[in-house]
Ligand binder design. Structure first.
Ligand code: HEM
Length: 493
């Protein structure tokens, strides 16, 4: 009897030792973890944002949690986020290589690459290629305007009716990035565009949902047939599609005469030859997947938020002090279409779009970072390889940084002379060395699409739709709950 009790005690002790979690000296404080689960039970896995906010109130702007037995540091508020991602950018710009997201994307590519010469080369190449994307014949702006015609045709067919815009905006933003990546646009009814939209939606939902947390916390469940396997399957299918595009593209490619991003990359690959650089066709496939993924859901969900607010704050669509429509009509008078340059004459429009991005809070926890060496932050010591969660949401709604942090108010971006100003705490694209690579493209898309659609149509919250619900659905990217809108043609456009 005594022997069996002793055996059970030893087994329990060994178990606790094996899965023990403790904070090293001077590591940021946080709630007490339990073996195996760490602090998972402290968080609402469906949406941890409110819990993270409560923990910041209790432990301060830099605190720690355990995801399983691995410690992570959560950084909140402008001062701490800036200190880490900007002032100590090199220390805080790594990426962990052991999360579900990495495994799903097969640990290649650029968004998820660790802080390394390979990541730097790809980032520089990506930025330069997107920036120079005049590519001779067709500028980025014209590509976006071309897609806007397709959106207008679709809306025209729905004038006088109500429709759910969810798929429309995802298909449009997917097509814009597809044009940049491989000069292809897909019909909104095509099988391929429906696959992509479905894949973005499903994988995004799984990757930041409870099953991903369980995958990251408890390695022993990773090969079990649990719901996260669906994300792996969808990523494999997407990889196959991109490899297909790449193979097809090679048949018609003329080296030195790039038509799109893939051609530019292949030219760069030719130039580098066997110089031991990080460029490869495998990397290209992963890079294309990431740009397509990163460039679709984010912008589409921002547009969905835009029209949700525009319909429910009708004073913004035109009837009040903001005179937004008057501003659009005045600046675009005599012009066929808007250009991105017009934004300089549209302070209200700029303020409205920025406020929409603030409340859209698209990537609330950014993409997780990781420390590249032993470092410190706000007096705490943080060892190399610690996962860092920049809580961008905490900055976008931080008291003291905004005139009205908790309500939708374009005045947050206007000074007393009603000029457009951008507070430092505006960081939906994050900040520092890892800041979003597609910011320029996304801003151009948001401006041109919102301005053009408001110029041509009036969007009305349907009478039978009840009270609008502005609560966001949590995910890798957040999205508003599905809604419908009634479309009318504007008389003046
Ligand atoms: C409104 C739209 C968008 C938002 C709110 C957004 C937001 C973000 C955020 C928060 C990050 C993480 C930055 C960090 O780790 O600190 C990021 C990274 C990234 N985004 Fe975006 N993004 C948007 C659109 C786009 C578009 C259109 C593209 C593609 C052209 C894109 C490509 C990327 C890439 C490649 C990275 C990784 C950068 C790196 O790791 O160095 N994003 N984005």
């Amino acid at each position: 009897m005594f022997a069996s009790v002793a055996l059970v005690l030893v087994a329990v002790l060994l178990f606790l030792l094996l899965f023990q979690t403790h904070r090293a000296k001077n590591f940021p404080p946080g709630p007490r973890p339990i073996p195996i689960f760490g602090n998972l039970l402290h968080l609402n896995l469906k949406n941890p944002i409110a819990d993270l906010e409560k923990l910041a109130k209790r432990y301060g702007n830099v605190y720690s949690l355990f995801i399983g037995s691995s410690p992570v540091v959560v950084i909140n508020g402008l001062q701490a986020v800036k200190e880490a991602l900007v002032n100590k950018g090199a220390d805080f710009s790594g990426r962990s290589q052991n999360l579900m997201l990495n495994h799903a994307v097969q640990v290649k590519g650029m968004i998820l690459a660790d802080y390394s010469p390979g990541w730097k080369e790809h980032r520089r190449f990506g930025l330069m290629t997107l920036r120079n994307f005049g590519l001779g014949k067709k500028s980025m702006e014209q590509r976006i305007l071309g897609e806007i015609h397709r959106i207008i045709n679709h809306l025209d067919q729905n004038v006088g009716k109500t429709m759910n815009p969810h798929l429309l905006f995802h298909k449009a933003t997917s097509n814009i990035i597809c044009q940049v990546l491989f000069a292809r646009q897909f019909d909104y009814d095509s099988e391929i565009i429906n696959f992509f939209v479905d894949y973005f939606y499903e994988t995004s939902r799984i990757l930041n949902g409870p099953w991903a947390m369980i995958y990251d916390s408890i390695p022993m469940v990773r090969s079990l047939p649990l719901p996260f396997q669906k994300a792996f399957k969808m990523f494999r299918m997407a990889h196959k599609k991109y490899s297909g595009f790449l193979a097809e593209n090679k048949k018609t490619r003329v080296p030195g005469e790039p038509r799109h991003f893939i051609d530019c990359y292949l030219d760069e690959l030719d130039k580098r030859g066997d110089d031991g650089s990080s460029f490869s066709e495998d990397q290209l496939c992963a890079f294309v997947l990431e740009l397509h993924f990163g460039g679709t859901d984010t912008t589409a969900n921002s547009l969905l938020t835009a029209f949700l607010y525009l319909m429910n704050y009708p004073q913004i669509q035109g009837m009040s002090s903001f005179h937004l429509l008057q501003e659009i009509d005045k600046v675009l008078h005599g012009k066929d279409q808007a250009s991105f340059e017009d934004r300089h004459q549209m302070p209200y429009m700029q303020a409205v779009i920025h406020e929409i991005q603030r409340v859209a809070d698209i990537a609330p926890l950014s993409v997780f970072h990781c420390t590249t060496k032993d470092t410190d932050l706000m007096g705490y010591s943080i060892p190399r390889g610690t996962v860092i969660i920049p809580n961008l949401s905490s900055v976008l709604f931080e008291e003291g940084q905004w005139k009205s942090p908790h309500v939708f108010d374009p005045e947050n971006f206007l000074n007393e002379k009603q000029e457009f100003v951008k507070p430092e705490a505006f960081m939906p694209f994050s900040t520092g060395q890892r800041m979003c690579l597609g910011e320029g493209l996304a801003r151009m898309e948001l401006f041109l699409i919102v301005v053009t659609l408001l110029r041509k149509f009036t969007f009305i919250w349907p009478e039978d739709a009840g009270e609008p619900d502005f609560t966001l659905v949590y995910g890798t990217t957040q999205t508003p709950k599905p809604y419908r809108m009634t479309i009318q043609r504007r008389g003046t456009a």
